[in-house]
Design a protein around this ligand. Structure first.
Ligand code: NAD
Length: 399
């Protein structure tokens, strides 16, 4: 039921009710049965730390004022109330998390980010206004409990997302990828969060020969990272089965885009190729370059994750989100050379332990359950990414 419908049918709400100035809670009390209102009231009170007055101009026209300042007004106030929600983005100072936070703010939601900054950067959020930032390590239970307070949804992105790093130091990555995930699941369940969407990984498929990868194929993790991502997604499914706590795992396939950190040897290959080509250097390819990946521009992943937070039939599911295509690293380098206007060859080095040979998603399930389809092509995404890298390089040079 919408707020307007509720108003029409409610004996408690009338022009008279609103003509008198009251405290927020008094006036909206009749609305508390309407989904969304309670959250909005709480949000306004916390965000503005103010006494709120609600009043009505006509039967359907609402205003929200703080003192003499207008905060919201209009016919659509009711639907605004109902669609607004609070989201916790764990790992929100990282690459994908910061894009999720940005899109949520753009859609008018309340956003909190929790991040230990182990790989993320505070400045990834600088251009987004209104995000609440909490610095902390989710492997600490008290950090997880504080982070989920008052949240409707959790988008769990926090992890140390690197195969080579997990091979080198499995204990540190286990703590970030499993302990922290279990903590956030427990905290979110206990805090009455509606749904947690978990950032799963295509690495769980390992080197099984069948392509494209379907969610019901048996997993075959080849690295501590892949195993940890699998354990955490199975924890998610178990929390849905055992406690009725709604979770959805979205398995990402080689995500790329602006803000992916090219500064570490563990960075995604596209960010490494981008900086190398723009600096006129030869990029390194581990192996013969014929290995293939389903590279996915970050906006596609954001769209899939946000759909998963609300899709009615997605609870307890594991769903691939990617483009459903694949390209070899050699071809990728050729396409990127074409965009930049260079012809730089790769340096080939020995294959890395734990890397899979081929990867491509079957995205039928995402199409069916989430209504998902890729919205940005590989080439378009590469252009955005290269533009961003150029701008970053110029900004760094100017500092
Ligand atoms: N980028 C990809 O291609 C890809 C592919 C598959 C899965 N994923 C998954 O997507 C998620 C986001 O990856 P990303 O590429 O944005 O990486 P990222 O390193 O940019 O972001 C991860 C964020 O998590 C934070 N973090 C790590 N451990 C934490 C902890 N214990 N407590 C709080 N914060 C912590 C980091 O500081 C960082 O900001 C990860 O879960 C990753 O496993 C990414």
């Amino acid at each position: 039921m919408t707020l307007d419908e509720h108003q029409a049918s409610s004996p408690f709400v009338s022009e008279r009710t609103f003509s008198r100035r009251r405290s927020a809670i008094d006036v909206v009390a009749p609305y508390l049965a309407v989904p969304g209102v309670e959250r909005l009231i709480e949000f306004l009170r916390v965000a503005f730390d103010a006494q709120l007055t609600f009043r009505s101009k006509t039967g359907t026209h609402f205003e929200v004022r703080i003192g003499d300042s207008m905060l919201m007004a209009g016919q659509h106030f009711a639907s605004d109330l109902i669609t607004m929600a609070s989201y916790l983005v764990t790992g929100g100072a990282g690459f994908i998390g910061s894009h999720l936070a940005e899109e949520l703010v753009r859609r008018g939601h309340r956003v909190r980010v929790v991040d230990s900054l182990i790989t993320g950067k505070r400045r990834n959020l600088d251009h987004i206004s209104g995000v609440e930032f909490l610095e902390g390590d989710l492997a600490e239970t008290n950090v997880a409990a504080r982070a989920v307070e008052g949240m409707d949804y959790v988008l769990h992105q926090a992890a140390i997302p690197s195969v080579p790093r997990s091979v080198k130091d499995p204990i540190t990555s286990n703590r970030a990828n499993i302990d922290a995930s279990l903590n956030i699941l427990v905290a979110a369940r206990d805090a009455g969060v509606r749904r947690l969407v978990y950032a799963g990984s295509s690495s769980v498929y390992g080197d099984t020969p069948t392509l494209p990868k379907r969610e019901d194929m048996p997993p075959n993790p080849l690295s501590p990272y892949a195993l940890q991502k699998l354990v955490a997604e199975q924890y998610c499914q178990m929390f849905t089965r055992l406690y009725g706590f709604e979770t959805v795992t979205i398995r990402y396939f080689n995500v790329f885009g602006p803000r992916q950190d090219p500064g570490s040897p563990y960075s995604g290959v596209i960010s490494l190729f981008s900086t190398a080509l723009l600096e006129g250097r030869q990029p390194t390819i581990y192996g013969d370059g014929a290995q293939t990946r389903d590279f996915t521009y970050v906006a596609n992943v954001v769209d899939g994750v946000l759909r998963a937070s609300e899709a009615p039939d997605a609870a307890g599911e594991v769903i691939n989100v990617a483009c459903g295509t694949r390209i070899s690293l050699n071809d990728l380098l050729r396409v990127m050379n074409g965009i930049v206007g260079t012809n730089i060859q790769a340096i080939y080095e020995k294959e890395r332990a734990g890397d899979v040979r081929d990867s491509q998603a079957d995205i039928t399930k995402a199409r069916t359950l989430l209504g998902y389809q890729p919205i940005v092509s590989l080439e378009e995404g590469l252009k955005h990414t290269l533009d961003w890298c150029r701008a970053e390089a110029a900004a760094t040079a100017g500092r």
